[in-house]
Write a protein that binds this ligand. Structure first.
Ligand SMILES: Nc1ncnc2c1ncn2[C@@H]1O[C@H](COP(=O)(O)OP(=O)(O)OP(=O)(O)O)[C@@H](O)[C@H]1O
Ligand SMILES: [Mg+2]
Length: 318
């Protein structure tokens, strides 16, 4: 409480009357912070976590773009509102953590539920609008897609070394799917090289469009968690929508005025779907190799890994 209190006072000049821990994501803590008239959502990235440098590196690049969108687009009211510190910074920090402050959204996270027809319509409008911004007066170089797959060499090496590098139980799981996995790595690598040399239209993309990042509030649907904001081919977002039962409806909104002649580029879509799969697989392997896990956590991670590997068989060949 005291730590949060002094952060709010020192950096935002807000006197708080209460702090309620919230269910954060896997990589950060979160608090609902109250003062007399208003509530705030404080996201806390502890410096002790290995993932913090990666997740916080681009705050100064993506938060100003969010602020620009709030001030210059009709996304105002439909996206999270970050608050700026007294000295005009987009984040603040002390020896323990890096902090980001947002307006608190009174509402419910969609999570495991399906979207209603009305929510599908609102969601489609939000994505349609977001994808209309390709050239904005705020720097986007740092968040521009480069089609890199930075972990692919490490993954390849681990698979090559097999039992030498991986515990027996992990290797058994991987080895049962080694051929489709190697095919997927090969496919993604070729696509990555090809796409680096293509001149593709890029627009602002959220890149993490699952329903834990969507909230229903009194005034409508709000898209949150903009850590992955990128200037990228729109397939970076559409990969989350192509398998939804409402995709045709989404496209009719999308193509209605703004993106009239839009067609999905199947190579780009395949790259994003493949890279995401590999990213998840690599994340699980890393957890099993390096994280301190108890038996139950390890069991769960192995199940996730098994499920992810089973789903790639045959899907990603040219
Ligand atoms: N401004 C807000 N007001 C109220 N609740 C929020 C707000 N922002 C996020 N939440 C809630 O907190 C949850 C986690 O937030 P968020 O999606 O931003 O973090 P995350 O990226 O998933 O976490 P991590 O960065 O650790 O992976 C959301 O699913 C939502 O329920
Ligand atoms: Mg999230």
């Amino acid at each position: 409480m005291n730590q949060v209190k002094s952060i709010l006072k020192d950096f935002y000049d807000i006197d708080i009357s209460g702090v309620l821990p919230q269910q954060g994501g896997w990589a950060s803590l979160a608090y609902k912070v109250l003062n007399k008239n208003q509530s705030y959502f404080l996201k806390v990235y502890e410096k002790s976590r290995a993932s913090t440098p990666k997740l916080t590196a681009l705050i100064d690049q993506y938060v100003p773009i969010l602020v620009w969108l709030i001030n210059n687009s009709s996304l105002n009211g439909k996206i999270t509102v970050p608050l700026i510190t007294n000295s005009g910074e987009y984040k603040c920090e002390d020896e323990n953590a890096i902090y980001l402050l947002y307006d608190y959204i009174e509402g419910e996270t969609i999570g495991d539920r399906d979207l209603t027809d009305d929510q599908v319509h609102q969601f489609s409008k939000i994505i349609t609008e977001l994808h209309s911004y390709e050239d904005i007066p705020i720097g986007t170089d740092a968040i521009k897609e480069d089609f890199d797959v930075p972990f692919i060499q490490s993954l390849r090496q681990k698979l090559k070394n097999g039992r030498e590098d991986l515990q027996d139980d992990v290797w058994t799981i991987i080895n049962s799917c080694i051929s489709p996995l190697n095919n997927l790595i090969q496919t993604v690598e070729v696509l990555s090289q090809n796409l680096k040399n293509c001149d593709l239209r890029m627009a602002l993309c959220h890149t993490d469009l699952h329903y834990w990042n969507l909230m229903q509030s009194g005034q409508g649907l709000i898209l949150i968690d903009w850590e992955g904001l990128k200037l990228a081919p729109v397939e970076a977002d559409l990969m989350f929508l192509v398998d939804k039962p409402y995709f045709a409806e989404f496209l009719s909104v999308y193509q209605n005025t703004t993106h009239r002649n839009f067609e999905i580029n199947p190579h780009v879509l395949k790259f994003y779907q493949g890279r995401r799969r590999l990213e998840d697989i690599w994340e699980f392997i890393e957890q099993l190799l390096y994280d301190e896990q108890d038996e139950q956590e390890r069991y769960l991670t192995k199940n996730y890994l098994r499920k992810e590997l089973n789903s790639i068989g045959g899907n990603f060949k040219f």
